[in-house]
Design a protein around this ligand. Sequence first.
Ligand code: AMP
Length: 396
Amino acid sequence: MAAPGNPGIAACARCVPVRDTAIDDIVALARREAPDLVVVGPELPLALGLADRLREAGVAVFGPGAAAARIESSKAFAKGLMARHGIPTAGFRTFTDPSDARAYCRELGTPVVVKADGLAAGKGALVCADIDEADRAVSLCLEQRAFGDAGQVVVIEEFMEGEEASFFVLSDGEAVLPLAPAQDHKTVFDGDRGPNTGGMGAYSPAPVLPPAMQARVMAEIVRPTIGAMAHEGVRYQGALYVGLMITPKGPRVVEFNCRFGDPECQVILPRLDQDLLPLLHAAATGGGLPDTVPWRSESSVCVVMASGGYPGEYRTGLPISGVDEANRLVGVTVFHAGTAVVNGHLVTAGGRVLGVQAVGASILEASARAYDGVERIEFAGHHYRGDIARRASVLR
Ligand code: AMP
């Protein structure tokens, strides 16, 4: 059962029309259905305390409580946690006053990164090349309130040079299971240009994170973070995403998410060579999470097809064709993000519409298959990046 689900998951789950932020309704639904496990997917219900409420109702739940979800829902909290516990990340300060914020941008020098404190669907980090851009970013957050309440506090931090990578773990609050690493593509245009998005594509494995670097990330970042939360009285149960910058001085945290995120999840999980459910259940109930799990040797690539105009304004309700045809291609799976069914027809319903994922013997083969899938699919004005996974061959 999925609440509210979408046309993609409707193929394998009963969808109930309950919004993911309608906390009381979801708790009532869980009491009625008595599920063995609830997996809370998105960040907003986690930040609103859905996992706490379900646990109080005696339901096993995969996903952190509101206090632990602050690692994503407040960048100021996450940065403070890292500073208190010596977890490597970019130098930073937080501000509510625009002139103080502007002065700190000048102190740090450019490039500099201005971030809305709260949840902004991946779009709240503004990487500013020069001081004019930084001033505009500060104004956008603190004066124009472009991110609403999420931007009433800004975090300003040093720009880190390096390769980005995505690292996920499952935790029951003590035991930590690392998953296979991935690399994603956050900016909207080819060549890592343009504004940040929720993610335009991803691939796994990620050559930037070989086993020795994964071990460093576990020892220097992940275990200290789960331990820091526990030390501060917060049990972290669920998936933790660590956005990393692999700098010349070692791995540094760019940000945390308190959940699986797409498109990385869509490239990582198809490579898992065992059932996922017992792992989620172990993290939820606090027992039996293994140290390692087996992975398939295949590579996996996902290309996101977005609405014209995204991450800015875009239209919805546009008919989509070709999804079944793409799904029939060898190794290809089409994941739905912003879709809906209206009068029996699949239409667009969000900025990022579909994730076209493929497995293959190599990154090259997986990528060719994913783009073959993309070419079968049509909706007016769509756009996608043409260079997903190309960095894998550069980094190898
Ligand atoms: P975030 O929402 O914090 O993950 O930031 C989105 C993207 O902005 C990241 O994936 C990076 O590409 C970039 N970014 C954020 N913070 C920094 C930083 N301190 N240095 C360099 N790039 C950054």
